[in-house]
Design a protein around this ligand. Sequence first.
Ligand SMILES: [Zn+2]
Length: 466
Amino acid sequence: MKPAAARETIRRLWDDSILPVLCDYVRIPCKSPAFDAEWEARGELERALELAAGWCRALPLPGIAVDIVRRPGFAPLMVVEVAGDESRPVLCYGHLDKQPEMEGWSESGPWQPSVRDGKLYGRGAADDGYALFSFLAALVALHEQGISHGRVLILIEMCEESGSDGLAEYIGHLAPRIGAPQLVLVLDAGCGNYEQFWCTTSLRGLAGGNLTVRMLRAGVHSGDAGGIVPSTFHITRRLLQRLEDDAGAVQGDAFHVPIPRQRAAEAAQAAAVLGGDVYAKFPFTAGAGPLGHDPAQLILNRTWRPALEVTGAEGLPPIAAAGNVLRPFTRCKLSLRLPPTCDSAAAASALKHLLEREPPYGAGVAFEPELAADGWDAPRHPGWLRDSLERNSRAFFGKPAVFMGEGGSIPFMAMLGARFPEAKFVVGGVLGPHSNAHGPDEFLHLDMAAKVTACIAGVLADQEAA
Ligand SMILES: [Zn+2]
């Protein structure tokens, strides 16, 4: 692939065609089904699909076929197929459903596209509206240079922000068309900066649930009972200490995995690129700082180690309504991030056992597990793919690609990984510093998006048959 010509084609497509269609897309309040019980009647998801399908059909790309697939009980799914070499099939993934509005937009609102400073502001442009258009722009760039590529099947989901409810059903339904992809390209992830290609190599899993500690049938005067009746807050603290030490590190074999040497080396490389930005991006209050200052260790903390947060509580009145009472119970919602290859179901039952065994003072202690989700560790990249990512990042960004895990989860990745064990994955994205997907002022960094598109074109051009 000639990089200069590819850059030119992709720039032109982004400026003349993709940016306008993304502006139209931002205007559609196509919230994911979980955030709009009336989504079917409202038809906004259908409008977004029609907009995207119309754009695809007008594209000068021979061998393109666009279908909207529907399975009862699920939001529809768009399938775009581009004919190519059958010996190296490619599966691409993106989604067009959106997060809800959120408050706090500063200039334009969530449904008003606004280009400022090289960024397209508006809900859904970066998460994940651009993905479909990027994949197809990459293919147009190859087509213009007469470069062959594998047969490409692009799946565009309308339910990602609701936990990819129907994706397994659709993938099962489409199994004969999907076949056994050699390469899976996903554009729905983060990036550490806007200066190079970031390849996500792992995602964390999650175990969570509600911990209830009960001591009394009703609250009593704390002056009367304090010193006789144990506080449920004190007991909750002691129970959480079984899980987390004074330094904030989660203890217990069930919640840890050995960190692969390659992943530790990649974390060190990413740390060299990011330095203090690993923690500086968070809105610390004056004087507050991170758990440590070694960027490589912080990256491993965030990607390959467990981390606990208490995300909610009950049994505690708001301060204005708090009297001197010894409260009858304390209830906490626990969210435990898990390393990529940790068995989340085993972790959840270990957590239950750890918290419920030998309750102090015979307190009523119950842990009800809620969700458990496995993380994902990318299969090792073959030489051609790693070289291709490196070379294309240098060609289009002038800097090498960076390989790093993500601290969050993408619910469908574990499922795709399990379903296509032979496939190699490139998981990239544009959700970098301050892009604020899910929050106010979400933006798409337009230069980043065009360069990521060019890198995807490069990878498709370089793909070798397995
Ligand atoms: Zn997304």
